[in-house]
Design a protein around this ligand. Structure first.
Ligand code: PZH
Length: 418
């Protein structure tokens, strides 16, 4: 029984060092922008995710009945939990809310594709403002994170659009509401499925060939001036995107950004700006994605509050960093290894270790009888800075031998000086 549950990962210390490094960078970019951390249970009522628009995320729900016959699910995403928490304190939370979290999210696929069933997803959200400055601020969080970990705008492009683009075009053809949300979910799969399959799915939804042709022509637009030609100068979508791109310019982030009408995101609840980050070479799936979702609370039985946010998984980014040779080599953080050279010196070694720890040094006290040779190898493995030796001769003079492993320098010091 060495294997965990199918689709789950173990994190050995070397994996955990990397995961912590990644999360520390998520946290740093969030805090730098004034966000506060929150958390919620991994187990939620299944009803929090029952949406009927055919999203992959709700089709793959990891759900079951608990021993009290309650229908529960492991969260597939964080936004509904966040919405629940905001709703529970509606009226008493000072707005805008700027919160982030790094939850583990789950999916259950029946297909045997050997894909993971859990991942961690950094979530950053702003609630309580309709201002596009919030959407721009979120993009700044993402760009800051990329820069922190060594990625540049030559590696990454953030594709931006607004659901209002397609909404305006399809609205004039009578496609609205639920049907519009379902259409976006199909359109979102355009880079994964063939155009024949997409056309078939759109026609199964009841769209005429005129509507399908219109969708295809609009989604091909990658340039704002062509969008103006398609939607007209009076378009609300154009006004919104122009404001957003001006803001992005003020942040100095324009080289990261590209308008792309094919970005609609595969979740039903998006209402306005939407964005996805991709590697420019196009080798990987989307690195992160998000957008505005102003109407989510009413679908959960509450009073709507404007909101915008993004989700950023822990897997694609690590694949990309590996591809670019940007995965840092991390070694453990031990300052000192304390080694008593015989058992009579264990008691004093314990006291030496305690004194060092009191002065905030991280200490690995060798627990068994070990030789110097072992200690050197061990020091290398854990990346220790000093070897602190309790040796009989030196200790008979109340001295401790210290070897600086970075410079190779050796000296004898008293406990006080150590
Ligand atoms: N956010 C849905 C999701 C959950 C787990 C994995 C991937 C996606 Br693994």
């Amino acid at each position: 029984m060495t294997q965990g549950v199918r689709g789950t990962r173990d994190f050995y210390p070397e994996d955990m060092r990397l995961r912590n490094w990644l999360f520390d960078n998520f946290i740093a970019a969030s805090l730098l922008h004034g966000f506060e951390e929150y958390d919620a249970p991994v187990l939620e009522h299944e009803g929090l995710y029952t949406r009927k628009q055919g999203e992959e995320i709700t089709k793959q729900l990891y759900n079951f009945q608990d021993k009290g016959e309650r229908k529960v699910a492991l969260r597939p995403e964080m936004t509904p939990s966040l919405a629940r928490m905001v709703m529970a304190r509606a009226g008493s939370l000072p707005m805008p809310i700027k919160w982030f979290s790094i939850p583990q999210c789950w999916r259950y696929e029946r297909t045997q594709r050997g894909r993971g069933r859990e991942h961690y997803q950094w979530n950053v959200d702003i609630w309580g403002t309709t201002e596009l400055s919030a959407d721009a601020e979120l993009i700044s969080v993402i760009v800051t994170f990329f820069e922190e970990i060594g990625l540049t705008s030559e590696d990454i492009v953030i594709r931006v659009s607004s659901r209002k683009v397609l909404e305006e075009v399809l609205g004039s053809l009578g496609v609205e509401g639920d049907l519009f949300a379902k259409t976006c979910i199909i359109v979102d799969k355009m880079d994964k499925l063939s155009s024949e399959v997409i056309e078939e799915q759109l026609s199964d939804l009841g769209h005429s060939s005129e509507v399908i042709g219109k969708i295809q022509s609009v989604l091909g637009i990658k340039d704002m001036s062509n969008l103006v030609d398609a939607l007209g100068k009076e378009s609300a979508a154009i006004a919104e995107l122009t404001t957003l791109f001006d803001l992005i310019d003020s942040y100095g982030m324009s080289e990261w950004i590209q308008f792309d009408a094919s970005i609609v995101r595969g979740l039903a609840y998006y209402t306005g700006s939407v964005f996805e980050a991709h590697d420019r070479e196009g080798k990987f799936r989307a690195i992160c994605g998000g957008g505005r979702y102003d109407n989510l609370l009413s679908t959960l039985g509450g009073k709507d509050l404007p909101a915008t946010g993004f989700g950023f998984g822990d897997m694609v980014i690590m694949e990309l960093l590996a591809d670019k040779n940007l995965v840092p080599e991390l070694i453990g953080g031990v300052d000192d290894i304390v080694l008593p050279l015989n058992q009579d010196l264990r008691d004093i070694a314990v006291r030496v270790a305690a004194a060092l720890r009191l002065s905030d040094r991280t200490v690995d006290l060798v627990l068994e009888d070990k030789k110097m040779k072992w200690a050197f190898k061990h020091a290398e493995r854990v990346g220790a800075k000093r070897l602190v030796l309790l040796a009989p001769d030196e200790w008979s003079r109340k001295m401790i031998k210290v070897k600086d492993l970075e410079t190779g320098e050796e000296k004898e010091v008293s406990l006080k000086d150590l």
